[in-house]
Design a protein around this ligand. Structure first.
Ligand SMILES: NC(=O)c1ccc[n+]([C@@H]2O[C@H](COP(=O)([O-])OP(=O)(O)OC[C@H]3O[C@@H](n4cnc5c(N)ncnc54)[C@H](O)[C@@H]3O)[C@@H](O)[C@H]2O)c1
Length: 353
């Protein structure tokens, strides 16, 4: 059976790790050899000793963990990590290649085979994206409310005699519906926008939103300028995010309003969004505060690591035993030196001049 390397994350503010000790124990019990980079889990609350007790080999440097047959990590490798790319390596992580042609090229040209968490599919949808979308969605309502305090000074729930804030959520999948519930829980008025009318109907009936809107540019002309907080979470799996909220919409918002674009990891569904980091999360355009952090769950490493690990570990076991296993369906993005996922390949072809 192929060896597994668990490496530390290097992205700004990222404190998650891809496997918790209980997942490592299950992999070791199934016969895998797991190499854990020393300190990989420390910022998520999992010290080396907890992995040692689970049966892992703690290795002192990233070189050793990256030397395993399969490397599992959370975020896409940053350029400083590309030096470990080599033929024969299999990478299992969030990759978001549609928004990163350079990484796609680095993987393919170095002969790395890669399975992307975010495109693995099953009967429920996207089982390796869902846990982090759930956490990012919950966080979106919290960070949106927080930045409104420093911006327009509007409180989501209003007060007696003062109307509540108006929140628009674009893309009512896992992240969007949880974000809407969070904002509703704080008594905001929430409009859910999606192309999927059945989904909008169900969320309206269960009370997650106060109003719904079929997604189109002209429909948004009316609601975005009136919104205090816009949360973007539209996704077409594998593809670059659709641009749903235009720059003119943002320009028409009141100063001090806030946009949170969760879809930024796939390029963003708000035209004025560009990636930001946990240590420098916001910028302003036309007086509107933009929060476009690409690793929102990284600030909740205990919850996020446990949630991610529970979803990743059974599929990692399949990857080590049988790379063609149906539990990895849709996940293969790079294989034999080429982009093997048709939607990702089509999105990347659009970048090619
Ligand atoms: N920034 C972060 O830290 C972070 C963390 C987790 C997830 N995400 C991202 O959040 C996004 C949403 O993920 P998800 O799991 O909720 O996806 P999902 O597939 O569950 O939901 C996406 C929704 O978007 C809708 N949609 C598609 N095209 C649309 C359009 N033109 N207008 C309106 N709605 C449209 C779909 O119908 C679907 O309901 C993804 O890009 C994901 O990568 C970001």
């Amino acid at each position: 059976m192929r060896s597994i390397g668990l490496v530390a994350e290097t992205k700004d503010g990222e404190r998650r790790v891809a496997l918790d000790p209980s997942a490592v124990a299950a992999l070791v019990a199934a016969g895998s050899s797991v190499l854990v980079e020393s300190g990989a889990g420390a910022r998520a609350g999992f010290p080396d000793d907890s992995y040692r007790r689970a049966g892992a080999h703690i290795v002192p440097s990233p070189d050793d963990a990256w030397g395993a047959d399969i490397v599992v990590k959370v975020k896409e490798p940053l350029p400083g990590e590309w030096r470990w790319f080599r033929p024969g390596l299999t990478l299992f992580a969030y990759l978001h290649l549609a928004a990163s042609p350079e990484l796609a090229d680095a993987l393919a040209s170095n002969g790395v085979d890669a399975v992307a968490f975010e495109t693995v599919t099953d009967a429920t949808g996207l089982p390796l994206l869902a846990p982090m979308s759930e956490i990012a969605g919950r966080a979106a309502a919290i960070v949106g409310a927080f930045h409104l305090a420093g911006g327009s000074g509007v409180l989501l729930g209003g007060a007696a005699g003062v109307r509540p804030a108006r929140v628009v959520v674009v893309g009512m999948g896992v992240a969007g519906s949880v974000a809407a519930r969070g904002a509703r829980g704080l008594d905001a008025e929430v409009t859910g926008v999606d192309v999927d009318l059945a989904r909008l109907r169900a969320l309206h009936v269960e009370g997650a939103v106060t109003a719904t809107l079929a997604s189109s540019e002209s429909a948004l002309d009316d609601v975005i300028p009136e919104a205090d907080l816009v949360i973007g979470a539209a996704l077409v799996a594998g593809a670059r995010a659709p641009t749903v909220v235009r720059a003119e919409h943002v320009k028409a918002m009141r100063p001090g309003s806030v946009v949170v674009d969760l879809a930024i990891d796939q390029g963003g569904c708000i035209e004025t969004a560009r990636p930001t980091s946990l240590s420098d999360p916001v910028y302003e355009i036309d007086g509107v505060i933009h929060y476009c952090v690409t690793n929102v769950p990284g600030q909740y490493p205990q919850t996020a690591t446990r949630a991610l690990s529970a979803a990743v570990a059974p599929r990692l076991r399949c990857l080590a035993d049988d790379p063609e296993h149906p539990m990895l369906r849709g996940g293969w993005n790079v294989r034999d030196g080429r982009i093997s996922h048709p939607v990702v390949a089509a999105a990347l072809a659009q970048h090619t001049p």
